[in-house]
Design a protein around this ligand. Structure first.
Ligand code: ATP
Length: 235
C-alpha cells in the first residue's frame, strides 16, 4: 500500500506584494524520499520552499505536513514541527566562527545532530572549527549551512541549490552527504539547476514552470526523458 505523504501540497498560490508567483503548485513527498524541484530561473522553485517554510506570508491553498495544515502558520511554528530550510544564500553568520554558527540554531525536536555528528558528516568543518564564516570556501559554507539545520532535529529538509557555484569535487561530496542523510531516514526537497547532480541523489523529479508543476519524472526514467527535460530546462 502507498504510504501517506509526509508533505502534501495542493493548489498552492503565493504572492510577492501584488505579484502572483505560484499558480496552483501541487505535489507530494513521501517519508524518506529525496525529491527535486527542477525548472528554469524564475519558475517558482525557491518561492515554493519559502511558502512551505512560511516565510512568504501571502499564500493560499494547502500544505499539509504529517496531516496538519501549514498555510496560516508563522514560520517559527512551522520550524517547530520539524521542517528546516537551507536558503540559497546559506545564511551563515560571517562574523561568527564555525562552532558558534553550529551552536546557534534552536533545537526544535529530539534527534538533532551533536557537533560530533556534524563533523562525522563533514570532517572538513572540524578542521575549521575556529574559522570565521567569511574565511570559509563556498563548499565549506554550504556544509556549515546544512550542518546547522541538522542541529535542529528537523526531519524534513528543504535545500535550495546546495551545489550552486561549487567545484565538481565538492558537488560530489554534497551528493554523497545527501545520500547519507537519505539512508538515515531524512526526507529532502531539493531545488537544483544541475540535474546531473540531482540525478545521482533523487528518487523523483518535479518540473516547475510558471508557478506550477507541469511534469513528474521518476529518477530511473531520467535518461529516457532527456529530450523533454532539455526542452523544459532550456539547456
Ligand atoms: P531562481 O533559480 O532564479 O531562484 P526560482 O524557480 O527559484 O528561480 P523564484 O525565486 O521562486 O524562482 O521566483 C519566482 C518569481 O518570483 C520570479 O518571477 C521572481 O522574479 C519573483 N520573485 C522572487 N523573489 C521575489 C521578491 N522578493 N519580490 C518580488 N518578486 C520576487
Amino acid at each position: 500500500a502507498a504510504t501517506e505523504p509526509l508533505l502534501a501540497v495542493r493548489d498552492l498560490q503565493a504572492w510577492y506584494g501584488e505579484s502572483h508567483v505560484l499558480h496552483g503548485m501541487a505535489f507530494d513527498v513521501h517519508p524518506g524520499e529525496v525529491v527535486t524541484l527542477l525548472g528554469r530561473n524564475g519558475a517558482g522553485k525557491t518561492t515554493t520552499l519559502k511558502s512551505i517554510m512560511g516565510v512568504i506570508e501571502k499564500r493560499r491553498g494547502s500544505i499539509r505536513f504529517r496531516g496538519s495544515e501549514l498555510v496560516g502558520l508563522a514560520s517559527r511554528h512551522i520550524a517547530r514541527k520539524g521542517i528546516a530550510w537551507c536558503p540559497e544564500e546559506r545564511g551563515i553568520f560571517s562574523s561568527l566562527d564555525v562552532k558558534e554558527n553550529l551552536l546557534l540554531p534552536p533545537i526544535v525536536a529530539s534527534g538533532g545532530f551533536t557537533l560530533e555528528q556534524v563533523f562525522e558528516l563533514f570532517p572538513n568543518l572540524k578542521e575549521r572549527l575556529h574559522s570565521q564564516g567569511t574565511k570559509l570556501s563556498g563548499g565549506e559554507q554550504q556544509m556549515l549551512a546544512i550542518g546547522r539545520i541538522l542541529r535542529t532535529g528537523a526531519r524534513l529538509l528543504l535545500l535550495d541549490e546546495p551545489t550552486e557555484g561549487l567545484a565538481p569535487v565538492i558537488v560530489q561530496q554534497i551528493g554523497h552527504m545527501i545520500r547519507k542523510l537519505k539512508s538515515m531516514g531524512f526526507t529532502i526537497v531539493l531545488v537544483e539547476q544541475n540535474f546531473h547532480a540531482a540525478a545521482t541523489v533523487a528518487d523523483r523529479h518535479y518540473i516547475v514552470e510558471q508557478g506550477r508543476i507541469v511534469d513528474e519524472i521518476a529518477n530511473d526514467r531520467l535518461e529516457a526523458s532527456m529530450g523533454k527535460l532539455h526542452r523544459y530546462l532550456g539547456v
